[in-house]
Design a protein around this ligand. Sequence first.
Ligand code: FUL
Length: 457
Amino acid sequence: MDRRAFLLTGAAALAGSNLARGAHALHLLDAPTPRPSAAQLQWQRDELAMFCHFGVNTFTDREWGDGTEDPAIFDPARCDPRQWARAARAAGFRAMILTAKHHDGFCLWPTATTRHSVASSPWRGGQGDVVREFVDAARAEGLRPGLYLSPWDRNNPAYGDSPRYNDLYCAQLTELLTRYGPIAEVWFDGANGEGPNGKKQAYDWPRFWALVRRLQPGAVMFSDAGPDIRWCGNEQGVAGDPNWSTVNPTVVSYPGESGPRVAPELQHGDPAGSVWRPSEADVSIRPGWFYHPAENDKVRSVGNLMELYRSSVGRNSKLLLNVPPTRDGLLHDVDVARLAEFRIERERTFGHDLAAAAPRRWKAEGPRSSVIDVELPAPARLAYSRLEEDLNGGQAVAHYSLYGGVGSDWKPLARGTTIGFAKIDRLPPVRVRRVRLVIDDALRSPGPVMLRLYGDA
Ligand code: FUL
């Protein structure tokens, strides 16, 4: 099916009457192909980002604080974000995101908007700034810093008094986005409970997004509804298959929106979607987002981290892996060791591309299909393939098949739908000399697809 046909089908699904369908389709047919911005491309090329949930919950052993926590409990004796950043960099991560404020409302920077912050804690004599140390550490290690600012605030008395709280939230965003240099990603979650006054807050998302765009035009914004990066729809680190980086923005138009079409849109995107909004897969290395001493023996295994890598990066998404600092303000030894092993295992599995120097022939088979033949330097037993589209022209591939040349036969190795930034497939352990990738269908003429092959490590 070509993009035109997809557009017509998508439009038909959207609209009720024939008249409406025609009008909608005509409108969409003129739509330009969505393409990633430079910031979105860079965000995706990072592949791996580390999430750091840190705050009063670290000290109360809870996941969601209720906002009544005494700032005096925040006192991480050996707090060292440089150690977090070193571990992230050593593990091959390229970005790092901190919970500058979680739902409990405690701010990890000295803010003028509330007294509920590090400035009221004994840590560094009330002179400390975790956000500053975090951002500096990330940059020193060559990582791009990002910040999470929870809109839900269970401490602030203004919460639920919508215009007043929206002003305050904008003031907090302004502090974070003007004091600390370039911020790569601003992370908004959709949790929206009642405030201390029992009132529910109506967030002014267009205002928040416009403010971030103005203050940090190079940053990408994440939420269920983007506008730049969308949630993958679960907290298990599993992106959809298929996974389009385009969406219909009217299906999920604000964070926390619900409805029958929301989950599939987040998981799979929409080939007829009019905006580029790739998915991010967030998940924790431990059962909780915050550090809990009882979970030291529940840190994910290397095998499990590899599965996460394949179900996120390997499905056209990005992995945002949470590694929570302890009460000392350090990443735990178990987590640091696991991160290092994760890198070793990725290099063992994906470090040597058998097809790197192999001659390849590409030929168009029709307006929306093509064939790529690769001749390996020597017969090899395969374990994984990694396909990559050139996204500068948008995402195109809708179906592909991979075959291995065994004798004079072609044996099927894998079949798939979307490719996007990367698609990783587990292959049967056959010994082959030649590999053929067939792009069976695409939204338009498929551009060159990179084919990488990995053997039994
Ligand atoms: C959710 C929050 O409620 C969780 O505590 C955690 O921060 C997760 C990443 O986002 O919305």
